[in-house]
Ligand binder design. Structure first.
Ligand code: ADP
Ligand code: MG
Length: 758
């Protein structure tokens, strides 16, 4: 029996999913797998685990497991459910990579999908669990897709062995055919239970014009107007990334400030102005540094400025037509007067935000203020914020794009899908009728794609293939993917893994057809198994696996950590807004150039190029105690450096777990590598990045001026370049390896290191 408080009990009764408890539990009893569809906020995530708990699924020493694609949801939902059930967090717990509060008493366990995938590697039958809930399946994250494929096999196996397990797939949309009508996945289609959400009507207001550039500015004006002109109710603004979120927060706080001494929020506001100083002050107060969290669930650190994850899909309610609440989008009447009479309680919300900051969005705003949340995609389906009446939707999402052939990647802000836009609009109608202001025209909306593609079809899959091989799934092509990646992507992944030594070479004999088949079913090598245990992409995992030589491991760990965290240097190339700022920027640029030269080292070190600069930066920063001040003075991004620090610790643990005999540790006073070690490091880097080789253009190519100072790569016809900020920009060695090619104004190689011509 669960002892819930009367308030919780009352709140639960209002959730649509509660009306379906009988139906859901009956379906669970009668079927090995079921699908539950229900609009965001209908109570799936918080209630379904409780149904299972009360039906006895956690009673025989087994657990109920719930996976989330986002860490935010895993952490905050576990807290919420513990609170609702009046149980301690030792019983209702969470586990995200390298962090969690699971105990031997845990009965309900929230985790990221990556965590469960790792558990399957240890125990394929998942014997600790009596039921697994795959939440947010509509997001179609790569790991969720793989888990569903694996569980479609695990569930019948468990039944056969007489220890049945239940699978519940939960989706915020009705678009579940990829799971239910996929014969390879489930021979008998699982029943679909629909939860009718009590959604209030949301009036959609389209802009007449669509701002092509400054949608953040447009979001600012719209939010100001809503706040000044419309009745009470929370505002939720959707932007694409963390930097945008913070910039809009600042502008809005300035426009509608709190009066001095106005509750705790004034302090919050000030504290938010400088992230670095905030962390620093807090660290001084508490004597412990609270580190930002790294998203290791995707096997790489999430770049800070790239916006949040890009998964979305869904169906929302929409109502057409104008109303008196249509604010119009004429810039002529968009002049904002700072009306400070009603303060706006502005909060940011994105994945990497510290949990205590995230928790604020669930609390009622201070009396006499209006709640205003500036969010990325996380607010689209993962979290339901109470009291939202107005949604402002920029209509965009930031995504990483990969060129399928060359692997060249770029971050682009693109239009979101119709389903996603409707999902965003739906956030406004949870507690009463709401309004959604779309910062684009209805014609533009009409051109959006209906749904966004499953993530697995959009990115390289070498990390997945390696993880699956480690699960002894040899023929990855035959795996029951809900949506399979392209055969080209799978072949490319196997080829890379073979060249890295993670998979065995396919035999070169037999007919062409057999050879092609063999190419797609190479078995994993012992090296591959070691690589699979490192939480980084295979190229970097290879470097870690080789790091033992010449005591190079601490350096390899530092370099890999730095390479996985994006943008370790501050962006000083941004345009200055004032003369004063311009001269300051110039000073800092000069200083950074100087530091870069220092970190690049001398003699042999120079050839390690950008990686030596990274190593030098990490070493120097650590030596100085990794303070905001040091970073500021040296042109380093403080947040990136703190992430690197945490990642170094994690990689060090991972390496020690694989080969305890090396006993590597994080040395805060790491001395620069010796000349001999630099040679060794370059070999290790070449071993990891060998397929990213580029050679200086020569001969007849140089007739065409576009090839001046350019490099040629095997996969591209186009010239690629060394960036002026690179350590090797002046040297231009004949052969280089690069970390990746990013397309900005030109095709630039990033993380360049020189290779000896042999
Ligand atoms: P779903 O998974 O169907 O989207 P949830 O179970 O996440 O729905 O949410 C159900 C309700 O519980 C929502 O109305 C939401 O506002 C509320 N809720 C969820 N988490 C919290 C929290 N941490 N604090 C307060 N209310 C919450
Ligand atoms: Mg949910």
């Amino acid at each position: 029996p669960v002892d819930r408080s009367p308030e919780v009990q009352e709140a639960r009764l209002k959730l649509p999913v509660l009306a379906e408890e009988q139906v859901i539990m009956e379906a669970v009893r009668e079927n090995p797998s079921i699908v539950i569809c229900g609009e965001t906020g209908s109570g799936k995530t918080t209630q379904v685990p409780q149904f299972l708990y009360e039906a006895g699924y956690a009673s025989d020493g087994r657990m109920i497991g719930i996976t989330e694609p986002r860490r935010v949801a895993a952490v905050s939902m576990s807290h919420r459910v513990a609170k609702e059930m009046n149980l301690p967090t030792q019983v209702v717990s969470y586990q995200i990579r390298y962090e969690g509060n699971v105990t031997s008493d845990t009965k309900i366990k929230f985790m990221t999908d990556g965590v469960l995938l790792k558990e399957i590697q240890k125990d394929f039958l998942l014997q600790k669990y009596s039921a697994i809930i795959i939440d947010e399946a509509h997001e179609r994250s790569v790991y969720t897709d793989i888990l569903i494929g694996l569980l479609s096999r695990i569930v019948p196996l468990r039944n056969k062995k007489g220890m049945p397990m239940k699978l519940l797939i939960m989706s915020a949309t009705l678009r579940v055919e990829d799971f239910t009508e996929n014969q390879r996945l489930f021979r008998t289609p699982p029943p679909v239970i629909k939860v009718d959400a009590r959604q209030f009507p949301v009036t959609i207001h389209f802009n007449k014009r669509t701002p092509l550039e400054d949608y953040t500015g447009e979001a600012f004006h719209k939010t100001c107007k809503i706040h000044r002109m419309l009745p009470p109710g929370g505002i939720l603004v959707f932007l694409t990334g963390q930097a945008e979120v913070h910039s809009l927060c600042r502008r809005l706080r300035k426009a509608f400030p709190f009066r001095k001494g106005n509750t705790a929020t004034a302090e919050d506001e000030e504290a938010e102005t400088s992230e670095a100083m905030r962390k620093f002050k807090k660290a001084k107060q508490k004597k412990t540094v609270s580190l930002p969290r790294i998203d290791l669930d995707n096997y790489s650190a999430l770049p800070v400025d790239e916006g949040d994850e890009d998964r979305e899909a869904g169906i929302g309610d929409e109502e057409d037509g104008d109303s008196d609440l249509d604010l119009g989008d004429d810039p002529a009447d968009a002049e904002e007067k700072a009306d400070g009479s009603i303060p706006l309680y502005v909060l940011p919300l994105y994945s990497l935000l510290a949990p205590e900051q995230q928790a604020k969005v669930f609390r009622p705003p201070p009396p006499g203020t209006r709640l205003c949340i500036i969010a990325t995609n996380v607010a689209e389906t993962s979290l339901t914020i109470p009291g939202i009446k107005y949604v402002v939707d920029c209509g965009r999402v930031k995504k990483r794009f990969y060129d399928k052939v060359t692997g060249v990647s770029s971050f682009k802000v693109t239009w979101t899908s119709q389903a996603s836009a409707n999902q965003r609009a739906g956030r406004a109608g949870r507690t009463e009728p709401g309004h959604c202001y779309r910062l684009y025209s209805s014609a533009v909306f009409g051109d959006f794609t209906l749904f966004s593609e499953a993530e697995i079809t959009r990115r390289p899959v070498e990390d997945l293939v390696l993880q699956m091989k480690d699960l002894n799934i040899e023929k990855v092509v035959n795996f029951p993917f809900p949506t399979p990646p392209s055969t080209e992507a799978l072949v490319a992944a196997e080829q890379l893994l073979v060249s890295l030594g993670a998979l065995e070479e396919p035999p070169c004999t037999g007919r062409l057809k057999d050879m092609q088949r063999a190419k797609l079913s190479c078995p994993i090598t012992p090296l591959g198994r070691a690589m699979a245990s490192f939480p980084v992409a295979p190229r970097y995992a290879k470097m870690l696996a080789l790091g033992k030589q010449q005591d190079c491991l601490p350096y390899v760990i530092a370099v890999v950590a730095a390479m996985t965290v994006r943008e370790i240097f501050e962006d000083l190339d941004r345009p200055a807004r004032s003369e004063d700022e311009s001269s300051k920027l110039n000073q800092r640029r000069a200083r950074l150039t100087q530091m870069r030269r220092l970190w690049a080292g001398q003699g042999a070190s120079l050839l390690l190029g950008d990686l030596m600069i990274m190593l030098g930066a990490v070493g120097a920063c650590e030596f100085a105690g990794c303070t905001p001040r040091f970073c500021e003075n040296s042109g380093l991004r403080y947040k990136a450096m703190v992430e690197i620090r945490k990642l170094r610790g994690q990689l060090t643990n991972a390496v020690n777990a694989v080969c305890p005999e090396v006993g590597v540790f994080v040395d805060p006073k790491m001395t620069p590598p010796t000349e001999h070690q630099v040679v060794c490091l370059r070999q290790i880097v070449l071993a990891g990045l060998g397929d990213h080789l580029a050679r200086r253009a020569q001969g007849e190519d140089l007739v065409d001026p576009k090839w001046k100072n350019a490099y040629k790569t095997p996969l591209m016809d186009e010239p690629v370049f060394i960036h002026p900020n690179s350590a090797l920009f002046k040297t231009l060695p004949e052969f280089v390896v690069y970390q990746e090619i990013m397309e900005t104004s030109k095709m630039y190689m990033r993380g360049v290191s020189a290779v000896e011509a042999e």
